[in-house]
Design a protein around this ligand. Structure first.
Ligand SMILES: [Zn+2]
Length: 284
């Protein structure tokens, strides 16, 4: 059932676990998440990355939001819709106009004062429309650049407290040793820092860069205040493998219409992966 992300974060808090937000480029990826959520009775969040609209042109915003809500209402389990990393009020307004009730404002490349100022403007516009805003402080960089010994970009608890109080964000993405993309060395989440951030900032915390963090570390992080966990890279890797398998299996079939079977084929191969992630990591 289509459900506001705010309510899914509350459910996660009550169960002291985290919901998984899957980056879904298109309807096939979203459908695998919704059906996996239903099969495992696990609340989930489908996330649109704005560049899949503006650069890859894989979807439109309004059509995506409408399609996801229709899919979510096919099932009983709560399914939320969120727009991931966005950077300007103008772009976030487009998401809200398209029906997104949860967005991320990523001002993490700015200094703290500018991040607070720009995020607060988004929060004021969003709250007037009952839209949830996820902010980010510290900076979650690229996994290719990560260095477990360098914590310059990690979220600082006192800055997190001030950021939340002054910007009014509803949830907060933290940098505690996590990063986007493929890790070149095994990441080590700074759990003590996470505990200190949770004590300082009274909002649900979000962990980006979920592909490649060992499950045992994730489960500890979820028990210490992470309420939303973003998975992108690993899910895209599965998508690529499923498309490749379809092509290999149909290589000797000259009928061009065979392509109509591809979405169902790919979804059937994505869904077990999503179910496994939910069963292993989510404790609702
Ligand atoms: Zn991210």
């Amino acid at each position: 059932m289509y459900t506001h992300v705010r309510d899914i974060l509350l459910m996660a808090k009550e169960s002291n676990t985290s919901a998984i937000g899957f980056v879904c480029m298109d309807y096939i990826m979203a459908r695998a998440v919704v059906y996996a959520a239903e099969a495992t009775n696990t609340p989930a969040i489908v996330m649109l990355y704005p560049e899949h609209v503006t650069i890859q042109k894989a979807t439109g915003r309004a059509g995506y939001a409408e399609g996801l809500k229709e899919l979510a209402n096919e099932v009983k389990v709560p399914v939320g819709l969120h727009q991931d990393h966005d950077y300007t009020l103008e772009s976030i307004r487009k998401a809200m106009d398209a029906g997104f009730e949860s967005v991320m404002m990523d001002g993490s490349l700015n200094d703290l004062d500018k991040n607070i100022q720009e995020t607060r403007v988004v929060v004021e516009a969003a709250h007037a429309r009952n839209v949830l805003v996820e902010g980010e402080i510290g900076h979650v960089g690229l996994a290719a650049d990560i260095d477990n010994d360098n914590d310059d970009l990690y979220t600082k608890p006192d800055a997190a407290e001030r950021f939340c109080r002054e910007s009014g964000v509803d949830s907060l993405a933290v940098s505690i040793g996590n990063a986007h993309g493929e890790y070149k060395q095994t990441p080590h989440l700074d759990i003590e820092r996470l505990e200190n951030i949770k004590a300082a900032a009274d909002v649900p915390l979000v962990l980006h860069g979920g592909s490649g963090i060992p499950d045992d570390q994730l489960l500890v992080a979820f028990s210490k205040g992470i309420r939303k966990f973003n998975l992108g890279t690993d899910y895209f890797r599965r998508y690529y493998a499923a498309v490749r398998a379809f092509i290999e299996e149909n290589n000797n079939n000259p009928d061009p219409v065979k392509i109509i079977n591809m979405p169902e084929y790919v979804q059937a191969r994505l869904q077990p992966y999503v179910e496994e992630r939910m069963k292993t990591l989510c404790k609702f």
